[in-house]
Every structure is written in C-alpha cells, then in structure tokens.
Design a binder for this molecule. Sequence first.
Ligand SMILES: NC(=O)c1ccc[n+]([C@@H]2O[C@H](COP(=O)([O-])OP(=O)(O)OC[C@H]3O[C@@H](n4cnc5c(N)ncnc54)[C@H](OP(=O)(O)O)[C@@H]3O)[C@@H](O)[C@H]2O)c1
Length: 342
Amino acid sequence: MSNSAPTPTTMKAWLYNSASGDLSKNLYLDTSARTPPSPAPHEIYVQVLTASLNPADYKVPTWVFGIAAQIVIGLPASPGMDFCGRILATGSQVTQFSPGQLVFGCHSRPMKYGSLAEYLSISADLVAAVPEGVSPESAGAIGIAGQSAYQSLNGYVKEGDKVLIVGGSGGCGLFAIQIAKALGCHVTTTCSTRNVELCRSLGADEVIDYTAVDDIAGTLREQGVVFDHIVDHVGLPKDLYYHCHHFLKEDGVFLQIGALSKSIYPGRIGWPSILGGGRRKFRLFFFANTQAHVAVIGEMLLKGTLKVHVDSEYEFENAIKAFDRLASDRTRGKVLIRVAKE
Ligand SMILES: NC(=O)c1ccc[n+]([C@@H]2O[C@H](COP(=O)([O-])OP(=O)(O)OC[C@H]3O[C@@H](n4cnc5c(N)ncnc54)[C@H](OP(=O)(O)O)[C@@H]3O)[C@@H](O)[C@H]2O)c1
C-alpha cells in the first residue's frame, strides 16, 4: 500500500461456504472474518457503507451446482457486488483517488470479498467518485443495474426513437425507463397493475399492464412496426421475440438482458427464422463494468435526470431478508443494505 490508513485484520461479513441450493440458506454472519489482503498496486481498499443486491448475486454462485463458486470465486466468500464506500488505502499505482474519498461502483462478478462485508478491495479503474450532493444510498444502488440500463440503451437508440422496455419496474427496468427518457426516447413498458403509476411517474409514456392484457404481442402488434429497440428484462411472454417483427423495425435489436426462466433462451437464440423463429436481430446482453459509465450515471444522479427508487432497505444484520425479498421477483427498484454508518 502506498497510501494507507491502519486497516483491521478482522471484520463483520456475510459469508457462504457452499453455494449449492438456495444461497440465502447458506449465508452466515461472521463477526471476525478475515479482511481482504492489502490492495494490489492498481487497487483501492474501501470501507463499505451501502450495498445493493442484484439477481446475479444469488444466481451466479449456484451455477453448476455451486462448483463454479468453489473454483472461480473461492470459498468462503461474501456475496454482493454493488457498493458505495470510503477509500481507506490505495495501491502504489493509484493516482486517481486518495484515502478519504467516497466512491461507488461494483465488482464485475461475484468475488471472494463482496460488498456484504465491512471492507473490500477493487481495481481503481472500476469505480467513480460520488459527486458531492449524491447520497451513499443512491450511489450504492447503481452498480450493475444502473450500468446495465445505460448500456442496453446508449449506442442503440437516438433522440426520438421508440423503445419498448419489457419489465419496467425492477432494478434495471426503472433505471432503463429514466435513461431512455434522458436520451430523448418515447418509452413503452410492461409491468403489473400495482407498478403502473410508478413506471409512469418515472417517465414511461405508455404502460402495458401485463396482468390485464391476455395477449401482449397482439396488443403491441396493433401499434404497427413502430419500435426502434426492445430491451427485455423478464423473457415473458415467451413468444414475444417470435412475434416482434410485427412491432420492431427491421434494423431494430431485441436485446435480452435477463429472464425469469432459463427455458426461454434456447427458443430465442437457437431457432433460426427460416424454421419459423424470430425475424429480428436478437442479442444476449452482458454488462461490461466501465468506470466512464459509472461516472456518467453519477452525473445523472446529481442533475436529477436519474432517481433511485428504493424497494426496501435493510440493516446489515438483516441481509438474508434482503435476499429473500429480491428472490421474490416482485421488487420495485433496488434492494439496499446499510453496511456501516459513518
Ligand atoms: N446479462 C446481464 O449482464 C444482466 C445485468 C443485469 C441484470 N440481468 C438480469 O436481468 C433481469 C432483471 O434484473 P433486475 O435487477 O431488474 O431484476 P428484479 O429487480 O428482480 O426484477 C423484478 C421486477 O420484474 C418484474 N416482472 C416480473 N415478471 C414480469 C412480467 N411477466 N412482465 C413484466 N415485468 C415482470 C416485476 O414487476 P411486477 O411485480 O410488476 O411483475 C419486478 O418489478 C434478471 O434476470 C437479471 O439477472 C442481467
């Protein structure tokens, strides 16, 4: 460490030793867990203040019956990727940040030292400074969902485009609605009845209540071939991609961010249009952790063009409840955890 404050050797951390089955059932709170090693030359050492959860936090470690977690992450591990925290120390090559600064961002994948712990270290080129005036709660909720929303639209759309956001009320969806509006698009989104007003209040021009409409593809078809871009967070209804040439323009992209069921992927990816599959460009989305995008989103928070809608907030000790809430698939915006108070 070139620039260091004294760092403790133990910390409070949520850990899992096994990732087979339901991750939240494997979690335990260790009050004397080992702290991360001193930061490598390109890393910063951060005291975590807030963290937010993403479906990948509980989905990825369980891949291949939890074997992936053992090999790639290394157990025991702390879950959590998104965070906002204060820098305690910097590696010898870090010139962009100094101890004391408030930063935010996320790990690129589940790591051994995740954000549901008092301390983590991360490459300095993955985080951005929290703009003065933006709260640690808002900044800690951005990481993966904020960047995914930004990357699913930026570069795909231009001012005046019509965008369909399937699943507008979740962690990614509420950011996507607002970012699409900030980019000058007309936004149509889908959600259930209880979230219609929320989606509207954050900027959606048209909201389709999927619980009140039997045939979503048919409803969209009635509008004609008007959409320039489709962002799908849920993969439902299953036949949406198959029918999308009736409402997505010829050069438009159907971008699949995630899905409630893995079973939608083979039909959408593997079924060629010549054999009756979808007839528009289909792309699977993979978020790319990018410092510049974290910084852009920080500026949007500061200007107020992007707001964080918090579904629910939990004290650190109640992290399991936070995971259970997220796994309900009914969250509206972000699930936030207060890791430490300053
Ligand atoms: N590929 C990547 O790099 C990447 C990055 C980020 C996220 N993802 C994936 O993207 C997906 C969304 O992530 P998230 O963080 O937004 O999840 P989330 O916050 O858990 O999403 C919950 C939302 O889904 C909505 N929903 C459920 N069923 C729906 C339906 N049939 N139609 C419309 N909306 C529905 C719910 O709204 P209602 O209660 O109103 O139904 C709820 O608001 C996840 O699968 C995640 O793993 C992938």
